[in-house]
Design a protein around this ligand. Sequence first.
Ligand code: FES
Length: 165
Amino acid sequence: MGKKVSRRQFLTYTLGSTAGFLASGMLFPMVRFAVDPVLKKGGSAKYVDVNLPISQITQEPKAVQFVIHRKDGWYEPENGESLTAWVMKDESGNVRALSPVCKHLGCTVNWNSNPQYKNQFFCPCHFGRYEKDGTNVPGTPPTKPLDKYKTKIANGRLLIGPVES
Ligand code: FES
């Protein structure tokens, strides 16, 4: 014998599943936004010509700004998204491009900005520090090194790509 569904149960199931369906539609883009950083690790983001001749890159970190264009769900800023990389050459002459986003809670790090900690990246939010190669200084809040962007050279100029995985 079939079980009878009361009017109250029918309404509860119908409204519950409709609400669940609508919530999943709203939550998915929000979750995606939270876990999908602008230049996702290992992502398929393109390389951007940052208009910087390789000859102008020295061992002194230099803040380089560039713009990427990408669509995130339904949102695509008309003028793209502006990003920054700390660009320098390492001891072997290879180009290194570090993300300025602190691995503690996401503030922006600056090079050589605290006279107490010369030749380090410094995060003013909670005094996080990183060595020139992006390694986090033990005993300061960040527990991971700064992210590194992939780089390429084309026609003597620097191209910046996604964050290395
Ligand atoms: S956000 Fe950089 S140290 Fe906390």
